[in-house]
Write a protein that binds this ligand. Structure first.
Ligand code: UFG
Length: 342
């Protein structure tokens, strides 16, 4: 049976994508994760559901010797690379951490793929590579001008992938530029058990997660970071995508790499924009809880408006989004937050 290497599948997007791959493919998965921001609970859940089709090694990508041994001891059909630091504001304070964890570690991983002949690579990129795009929705051909080190670190990795695929003809990659992901696993057979998959957080920074924490009494108050942007209501606009659809985009990318010996970059969003105020109001409406919201100053590194032109992924791959409904996304995140408990 084929074996696919997942880096960072202890995290939110990686664990849901592992679930999607194992549910739809006749393959095994090897997960490496240093568990710095990932959760052992996610790995335990995957092991509970898929038994020995998934194996886990606690390993940091910067550990050159162990990484090399991993590639020596396994034959990987593909690498799906999630492991990264991913908080925009933190990247403005600790840029070197982002260049090390995101760019340098990705370079080392690509290098191993070339050395050991692994020729399919799926990369977690981000809408943050666009910076403040002039035209919304933003398409993949738009010039990349990140406005924070997080976006820079991912853009550099994309450049490394592009140059590598040009030089090594057998090596192909898909870079997925994620927009704003939210929600929890839709298959809810595990609800009300200690198992399940959704967004866990040691210290949440994401809007829908924070608003759901307020709606479930885990936080007393939240802030709107800036209401003086040049947008419809002054707050930032983002394109929120359900986690299951984002996970499916990886599966479609894997199939794309199997069927086409070519590399591509795809936006993964719905081409829908919602403001921070709209999202908070929807969380209040769905939960029926009127939690406290303060106005605060702008958060460093935030672009005003990011909405995906998703026509490329829709036309070139088999990806068919199933949950393009902001009410469903928020309900999914809210139900999970209740299920998580205190
Ligand atoms: N926001 C608030 N209050 C909060 C949390 C967030 O007003 O308590 C605002 C932010 O300022 C921003 C918007 O909500 O305007 C969305 O912020 P998130 O932190 O939820 O998400 P980001 O857009 O900053 O970043 C996320 C991922 C990145 C990814 C990016 C792509 O964290 O990895 O989406 O758009 F690159």
């Amino acid at each position: 049976m084929k074996n696919i290497l997942f880096t960072g599948a202890g995290g939110y997007i990686g664990s849901h994508t592992a679930f999607t791959f194992l549910s739809n493919l006749d393959s095994n998965i090897t997960v490496i994760d240093n568990l710095s921001s990932g959760f052992i609970e996610n790995i335990e859940f995957l092991k509970y559901k898929f038994k020995d089709r998934i194996s886990f090694i606690k390993l940091d990508l910067s550990n050159e010797n162990e990484m090399k041994d991993l590639f020596k001891n396994n034959i990987f059909d593909a690498v799906v690379h999630f492991a990264a630091s991913l908080i925009v504001e933190e990247s403005t304070i600790k840029p070197l951490l982002y260049y090390l964890n995101n760019t340098k570690n990705t370079l080392a991983l690509i290098n191993l793929c070339i050395e050991f002949g692994v020729n399919k690579f799926i990369f977690s990129s981000t809408a943050a590579v666009y910076g403040e795009p002039k035209k919304i929705p933003v398409s993949e051909g738009t010039q990349l001008m990140p406005i924070n080190p997080y976006g820079n670190s991912k853009m550099m990795s994309e450049i490394i992938l592009k140059d590598t695929s040009k030089a090594y003809k057998n090596f192909n990659y898909v870079a997925l530029r994620y927009f704003n992901v939210a929600g929890a696993l839709s298959q809810n057979e595990f609800r009300n058990t200690k198992y399940g998959l959704g967004q866990r957080s040691k210290n949440a920074t994401h809007l829908i997660k924070i608003a759901c924490e307020c709606a479930t009494n885990k936080r007393e108050v939240m802030s709107i970071f800036g209401d003086d942007y040049n947008t419809k209501d002054g707050t930032c606009i983002r394109d929120y995508i359900h986690i299951d659809d984002l996970a499916l985009a990886h599966l479609s990318s894997y199939e794309f790499l199997q069927n086409n010996k070519q590399s591509e970059v795809f936006n993964v969003g719905y081409n829908n924009g919602y403001s921070v105020k709209e999202i908070i109001n929807k969380v209040k409406e769905i939960s029926n809880i009127d939690f406290k919201v303060l106005n605060a100053s702008r958060r460093s590194g935030d672009p005003a408006n990011l909405v995906a032109d998703n026509s490329k992924i829709l036309s070139l791959t088999s990806w068919k989004p199933k949950y393009n409904d902001i009410n469903y996304i928020i309900k999914s995140a809210y139900d999970w937050e209740i299920n998580l408990g205190k």
